[in-house]
Ligand binder design. Structure first.
Ligand code: PGA
Length: 247
């Protein structure tokens, strides 16, 4: 099945109003892309980015959200607040949040459910550590992570985007080879097929040191439907080159 590719820039905790404006102008000038493109800036910039991208075909998302609807949760951001601004995606369960903030599979799945309840598409990240890969546990780890999201989302599972991000490839310059990535994507697709008849229409993104020079080979794989891009999403020329490779 031909799935339209999706390239998402995860800006992490980078940017400034001036830098964001330059980056977005660079992206806007390079359209149209032959794939869906989104950027995920830090929370304080979302309103700015929303207005810059309004009435364009570029989409935007957040990097995290709360599981709660509203209330006494200092520092948290509710999915409904994101939805009110026109937010299309929210990244949940990025490995940096799982590791640095102790987020569990269940918390990640609950965030995905809370986002979907507000009409925001969750991008659910899964991925193994280097030690887990070396111990032959890759399949078990990613299956466990995805399984929690599938069960929690139940009949809405087909609405999520999945991102496979091997932790040893994030920010390290070590990309999974296209074959290594495809092997895991195929497993994830199989798992989705067992859960929903819509699995073939779902997007599974690859993330981890995606750059202009390795993007095309990754995108050529049967089950790689785009990418979640960190470092290379901060420079318009690089991000544009990756989007073009996907188109
Ligand atoms: P990277 O980050 O492209 O800088 O490796 C990807 C990610 O963490 O989403």
């Amino acid at each position: 099945m031909m799935r339209r590719k999706l390239v998402v820039g995860n800006w992490k905790m980078h940017g400034s109003r001036a830098a964001n404006a330059t980056l977005l102008q660079g992206l806007l000038q390079s359209r149209p892309f032959g794939c869906d493109v989104a950027v995920c800036p830090p929370f304080p910039y979302l309103a700015d980015v929303a207005s810059t991208l309004a009435a364009t075909d570029l989409r935007w998302g957040a990097q995290d959200c709360s599981v709660h609807t509203q209330g006494a949760y200092t520092g948290e951001v509710a999915p409904a607040m994101l939805a009110e601004l026109g937010c299309r995606y929210v990244i949940v369960g990025h490995s940096e949040r799982r590791t640095l903030h102790g987020e569990s599979d269940q918390l990640v799945a609950d965030k995905a459910k809370a986002a979907l309840a507000c009409g925001v598409t969750p991008i659910v990240c899964v991925g193994e550590t280097r030690a887990q890969r070396e111990a032959g546990q890759t399949e078990a780890v990613v299956k466990r992570q995805l399984s929690c999201a599938i069960h929690t989302l139940a009949h809405c599972a087909s609405e999520m985007v999945v991102a496979y991000e091997p932790m040893w490839a994030i920010g390290t310059g070590l990309t999974a080879s296209p074959e290594q990535a495809q092997a895991v994507h195929a497993l994830l697709r199989q798992q989705l097929r067992a859960a929903t008849p819509r699995a073939d229409g779902m997007k599974i993104l690859y993330g981890g040191s995606v750059k202009p020079d390795n993007a095309a080979a990754l995108f050529a794989q049967a089950d790689i439907d785009g990418s979640l891009v960190g470092g290379a999403a901060l420079k318009a020329v690089d991000f544009v080159a990756i989007c073009r490779a996907a188109g």
